[in-house]
Structures are given as C-alpha cells and as structure tokens.
Design a protein around this ligand. Structure first.
Ligand SMILES: C[S@@+](CC[C@H](N)C(=O)[O-])C[C@H]1O[C@@H](n2cnc3c(N)ncnc32)[C@H](O)[C@@H]1O
Length: 439
C-alpha cells in the first residue's frame, strides 16, 4: 500500500534539498532586468512551490503583498498560479508589470530598432526634466542622453512597449548617475570619480534592452513549454497593484498561497527601497506607471521610505507595548533588556512590528481556509542586540490562529543586501517560515 504524505509532511521534507541548493533550475529568467534591492532567490521559492503543487487546486492563486521585483509572481506563473502582487514603491509596480506582461518578442525587437533610429536622428541637446539638485546627480551630457532616450521612449505608441523601455531606462539611470551603486542609500561619488568615469548611457541602454528582451523571451518560452500560454497570452490571471498593504490589500480574490518577503525593519535603517528608486523615478512620468498612484513620491528623497512599513512614528510606545507584548514574548524580552535611552532609540522596532502586524491582518482576510503562507524573513541588530524577526513573526501569526508547518534556514549572502549599515546590521541568515491557516 502506498501511503501518501500530507502537504505538511512534504513541506517539512524539503529542508535538506533547499539548504543544499540541489536540483535547482539555475536560470534566472527575468530576475535581472532591473537590479531591485533584496530580491528573493527564485530557485528557493520554486522548490517550495514544486513541493506543494500537487496538493493545490488546478485554479490556484498566489499573493505577495510586498511584491518588490515580482520574483514570487514570476515563480508562481511558472507553475500556473493566478498571481496578485502589491507594493508601495512605484518602481516595483513598473518592473512587476513588465515581468508579468504578455509581450510579443518580435514587437519588442521592432520597437528597439525604431528607438535606435530615433536616437540616431535626434540631434537635440535639450534636457527635458528638472528637479532639485539635478546637476549634483547627473553630469550635463548624461542629462542630455537620458532626455534623448526619454523622447525616444515617448515616441512609441504602445504603453506596454514604453513600460518595457522605462525599466531599461531606470537601470541606465542607476548606472549613469553620480550616485554610488554600492549602497541603496543615495551617496554622491567623489568629484574626481565623477570626472574620470567613462559612462555611455545610450549604448548601455541599447545593450540592456537587448539583454532584457532575451530574458523575457526565455521566460515566455518556459511558460509556453508548460502549456501556460494560449495565443501568446498567459492562461491564468496576473495582477499588479500600487498600494500600501498596511492600509488595504486591493483585491477581492481569495488565495491558497502567500509567498512573500517583507522588509526586515523600517526602510531608513534597513534597505532604502525608496532612495534606491528616487533618481530613476525622476525620469519616468507617473502616468506611465499607474494612474492610481496618489503618493507624491518625488516630494522628498525619503517619501517612499517614510510611507513604507515602520516609516512613521505615529503611535505612543506605551500604546504599542500594550498591544504587541501580549502577542510576542520575544519582542517583550528584547525591550525589557534595553535601558531607557536604548528603548527610546529602538521605538522604530515597535513601530515596524506594529505595521507588520496590521498588514498581516489585512492579508489574512484574503486567504482561503487551509491556505499556506511562506514568509522569508531575516533578523537584524538594533542597539547591538538582535531583533528576532523570525520568532516575532511566528508568535504574531500563532496569536492569530495559524500554525508553523516548517522552518527553513538559508544563507542570504547571494542576495543583494547592503554590506554595512551604521545603525543596524542585517544578519547573514534568513528563515523561510511556512504556516498554515486552518480557518
Ligand atoms: C524585501 S522586498 C521584497 C522583495 C521581493 N520579494 C523580490 O524578490 O524582489 C520588500 C518590499 O516591501 C515593500 N513595502 C514596504 N512597505 C510596504 C507597504 N506598507 N505596502 C506595500 N509594500 C511595502 C517595499 O517597497 C519592497 O519592495
């Protein structure tokens, strides 16, 4: 007699395979078309999806409320999920729209030929955008080249074709500005470095676009191979929305799988996704990304980061302690260990956990009975003491009636994280926690 494993037994058994990185499809498909910070490693997420797939209904749905560069959505699409993602960062929306769209490769190549021609025939030297400190962040000739590219993209008729090239432009802006690419925070290069650097925005753009078309083609082929395309269109749904998940998760659907990696703390002291996006977003008109965006994200450099999880300090510590300590003894212990001064400085931890807790409630509302929830999360140091995000998350979810199915640890050295940070260190291990919601 064959005894079938339950989904929980199957998930518990994938531990070794994931940690050893065995049997992974190393191809990264569309992962690299924009180097968004702290991207998940798709092969790891895929092992988890692969293990659970036979237990899920044919018409299965996946959600990521902290979508970033849509790697969870892309992984889900490869296994035929309806996918839904949401993020507060407009650059995340743009890149996610592009990765999940039904592109025709010939149309992208034709557009690239037209854009090349447009650039060759455009002899203008006008700079088409302006913002505070533009000359600090871009040399004049770079501003002129980026403007030329911008004009060429705007000359394209189809919005989704333009979106594809906006993503390429975003990556060119990152590489050709005077901002250092070694950190996600905005740090100006030395004047000597700025003067001596050889950068070629136009050539970089054309090369990058070509490479990204090939990456998209690779991804589309993998969908085709699995019979997931019909007349070039993905046979399930893919939806990407701009929104603050702490306020609302903007879908009426229900999901069987949550696959996400939240920030590990407030953006200001962990990963400044907003600062990373600030310069690229200056060059891309907002209505080209999404008409529902209401955040004035170019107002100041920190606007996106302040509006992200843990970015605002609105509730008193006492109120947060009363609310959160009964849910998480690990959080309580962390604070009990600090002296009053340190405690004050660590208020951002309370704020962040509070925002995470609110977001979890919003997401749980969208999850089916017996759904599974895969959270990739890392710990960090604040005040030289480890904030155990993994334990805190387990306690928060258990307080809401979920149970932990399995707990996988893996190295995050291959993930793009800042090496150093003044106030907090990101730890080099992260956990993949898998929960079940039995209600
Ligand atoms: C660790 S990243 C996700 C990376 C993603 N898994 C990937 O592979 O690219 C966390 C994301 O959460 C987003 N985020 C932070 N606060 C948010 C909020 N309140 N609502 C929605 N998204 C938020 C950030 O903009 C960032 O893109």
């Amino acid at each position: 007699m064959i005894i079938e494993n339950t989904i929980e037994e199957t998930l518990a058994a994938i531990d070794k395979e994931i940690l050893n990185g065995e049997n992974h499809d190393k191809r990264e498909f569309v992962r690299k078309i924009l180097n968004y910070p702290a991207m998940m490693v798709p092969s790891v997420q895929e092992s988890i999806i692969k293990a659970m797939i036979k237990f899920l209904p044919e018409n299965r749905s996946l959600i990521d409320p902290f979508m970033g560069a849509a790697n969870s959505l892309v992984a889900g699409m490869k296994y035929g999920f309806n996918v839904y993602g949401q993020d507060i960062n407009p650059l995340s929306i743009l890149i996610s729209q592009v990765k999940t769209a039904d592109y025709n490769i010939q149309e992208l190549n034709d557009a690239l030929t037209r854009i090349k021609l447009f650039i060759e025939n455009d002899n203008g030297n006008a700079v088409d955008i302006n913002f505070n400190n533009i000359t600090k962040w871009f040399k004049l000739e770079v501003q002129q080249d980026l403007s030329k590219l911008r004009r060429a993209i705007l000359s394209e008729k189809d919005l989704y074709i333009r979106k594809f090239f906006w993503v390429a432009l975003a990556e060119v802006v990152r590489n050709c500005s005077n901002d250092r690419t070694s950190t996600f925070k905005m740090h100006i290069r030395t004047s000597e470095e700025i003067q001596n650097r050889k950068i070629f925005p136009l050539i970089t753009f054309l090369n990058l676009s070509k490479k990204s078309i090939a990456d998209i083609e690779d991804f589309r082929n993998s969908l085709e191979k699995e019979n997931l395309l019909e007349n070039g269109k993905y046979i399930r749904t893919s939806e990407v929305k701009w929104g603050n998940s702490m306020h609302k998760v903007l879908t009426d659907k229900k999901f069987q799988l949550l696959l996400t990696s939240p920030p590990y703390g407030d953006n200001h002291t962990t990963v400044t996704y907003g600062q990373f996006s600030y310069l690229p977003l200056q060059w891309i008109p907002v209505n080209e990304i999404d008409e529902t965006i209401t955040l004035d994200y170019l107002k100041v450099i920190n606007e996106i980061d302040s509006n992200s999880l843990g970015g605002k300090n609105l509730v008193s510590s006492k109120e947060l302690e009363d609310k959160l300590f009964p849910k998480s003894t690990t959080l309580k212990e962390y604070f009990n260990f600090l002296n009053p001064d340190e405690r004050n400085k660590a208020k951002k931890v309370l704020n962040f956990i509070n925002d995470l807790n609110i977001t979890i409630d919003n997401v749980l509302d969208k999850m089916d009975v017996n759904s599974h929830h895969v959270w990739t999360i890392g710990n960090r140091n604040v005040n030289n003491k480890e904030v155990k995000n993994d334990k805190i998350l387990i306690e928060l979810l258990e307080s809401k009636g979920l149970f932990l199915v399995t707990d996988l640890a893996r190295d995050i050295l291959s993930k793009r994280m800042p090496g150093r940070n003044n106030f907090s260190d990101t730890m080099s291990k992260e956990k993949i926690l898998i929960f079940k919601k039995p209600f």
